[in-house]
Design a protein around this ligand. Structure first.
Ligand code: 4AD
Ligand code: MG
Length: 482
């Protein structure tokens, strides 16, 4: 038997009149004669033509949607529509049966909601095949980008005692017997003892540990799962998501912004190049979806146009204060006011404000900097108060069309005194972060970094509408079965 070849490689080879062996899963079997076979290497199915008159009828019955088969035969140019080549089968072997009465995936379009309920099988659809190949390429491109620039990939812990963001949205890690947990003197469960006698949680960010690495290796990045026990019942939040967090010694906020913009453009370009076919498929999928909407609600740009547009334009950079001034003078359209009017300086922007800035005002990605000190984390570098006495920090958020915040970062506060003072003000226990503060005691220097939400990036590049559809096994409230 000839050696097995994957469908993508076979199609790309351009060869015909050779013997091939293909293994994959049956998508459809028409007229007892034509099998559409897919092996996940591409969305293109390979047509296998069965000589049904000379094939055992019992075997024919076992060629059903979802079955795993091996097919060997001659690869020939196809005369039929829809494919350039096909395989004239000489031998078909059933590797794994699939009962058509019970197989949940039918050869028709299923809703994304339905597919979310069978996330263990949704990889076998064209849409999810395309999404997870794009996700794979983006993840490879991220490593390539940093490796080309001499960054060190640093593995930071998943179990930690710190709440890097200080937002209190952590999941406890416990190894104690739930039936007999340690108790405080007042009789409550003592979570301070949950991990071999120490209070720990799943990491919300690898940044603080990343900073330690950068203070010796100069440029590092992390790329791992992070966990937030926040309300993740939205299309943009997960309880478990992957984050890329570079941290660079001797960088200021401008260097940080330059790096983030270069990273985003690099990985989008890489996916467009490497996954052209998949992105074209996803673009068409969205166009079909748009056709169901009334004309005035349809998007002006296709997915491919949006990605190209993002590559061709410099991201707009402005301060939070400048953004507030724009928002105060704007209404989303002639009739409608913002649902949450911009009250004034000092409050966080709502997603409708971010969307307005990106999608209506600038019509391109936007980087907002220098946010009010009181709405950002303790570790951000403090600016001198402005002429009006308003206090800001060297923060940056990158906002993307259709996504909102995709990156959050800052120049870090490297001055020990300022950092300690801020921690006191915010009630962050200095004694627990003594190791972090040590970096400010010994050879402290200017440094900066950011966090890129990986699933939000995949959302943007695939044009999908719900973050639960771009991670293989989404974690959100009440969803952790598989
Ligand atoms: O803005 P965040 O909370 O920043 C940090 O964690 C910093 N320590 C990063 C750093 O400077 N090293 O999160 C960073 C990004 C957000 O911009 C967003 O893209 C993503 O992580 N993110 C989420 N993605 C999915 N689900 C959630 N619940 C997310 N929370 C944040
Ligand atoms: Mg943020």
């Amino acid at each position: 038997m000839s050696q097995r070849i994957k469908i993508k490689a076979l199609l790309e080879s351009g060869k015909t009149d050779i013997d091939v062996t293909i293994k994959g899963w049956v998508r459809t079997f028409r007229n007892n004669q034509f099998i559409a076979l897919n092996d996940g290497s591409t969305n293109s199915n390979l047509q296998i033509v069965v000589d049904f008159e000379n094939t055992d009828p019992v075997l024919l019955k076992r060629i059903t949607t979802g079955a795993a088969i091996s097919a060997s035969g001659l690869l020939v140019a196809s005369l039929g529509k829809g494919q350039t080549v096909e395989v004239k089968a000489k031998n078909i072997e059933i590797l794994g049966d699939s009962d058509p009465e019970k197989y949940p995936l039918q050869p028709k379009k299923h809703s994304l909601e339905f597919l979310r309920e069978i996330a263990h099988l949704r990889f076998r659809t064209n849409t999810f095949g395309a999404i997870f190949r794009v996700r794979n390429s983006l993840s490879f491109a991220i490593h390539q980008f940093f490796q080309e620039r001499g960054f060190v990939y640093l593995h930071t812990p998943v179990i930690t005692a710190s709440d890097a963001e200080g937002a209190g949205e952590t999941f406890h890690v416990t190894n104690f017997d739930l039936a007999n947990p340690p108790k405080t003197p007042t009789g409550e469960i003592d979570f301070k003892q949950d991990f071999f006698g120490k209070a720990t949680n799943l990491t919300v960010s690898g940044q603080l540990e990343g900073e330690l690495g950068a203070m010796a290796l100069s440029d590092i990045y992390t790329f791992g799962p992070t966990f937030r026990a926040e309300n993740s019942n939205t299309t943009r939040h997960l309880a478990e998501f992957w984050m890329i967090e570079p941290e660079m010694a001797f960088y200021d906020l401008n260097d940080n912004m330059d790096l983030a913009e270069a990273l985003l453009k690099y990985v989008i370009r890489y996916a467009l190049d490497k996954n052209k076919e998949d992105i074209e498929f996803l673009t068409q999928r969205l166009l079909d979806e748009e056709k169901q909407k009334p004309q005035n609600e349809r998007s002006e740009l296709s997915l491919l146009d949006k990605l190209q547009f993002c590559l061709d334009n410099e991201f707009e950079r402005l301060t939070y204060t400048e953004a507030i001034d724009i928002l105060k003078e704007s209404t989303p359209n002639k009739k409608k006011k913002f649902q949450y009017p911009v009250e004034g300086w000092g409050t966080d922007l709502q997603s409708e404000h971010e969307r307005y800035l990106v999608e209506k005002h600038f019509k391109k990605p936007v980087i907002l900097t220098d946010y009010p000190k009181d709405i950002k984390a303790f570790y951000m570098r403090q600016n001198e108060p402005d002429a009006n006495g308003r206090e800001t920090v060297r923060a940056m958020d990158i906002l993307f069309p259709g996504i909102g915040e995709i990156v959050g970062g800052s120049q870090r506060e490297e001055r020990l005194e300022k950092l300690e003072q801020r921690m006191d003000e915010m009630g962050i226990p200095k004694e627990e972060l003594w190791w972090y503060l040590d970096t400010r005691r010994f050879g402290a220097c200017q440094h900066a970094g950011f966090g890129l939400g990986f699933e939000r990036l995949v959302l943007f590049v695939t044009g999908m509408g719900n973050i639960r559809d771009v991670i293989p096994f989404p974690r959100f409230p009440k969803n952790a079965e598989f």
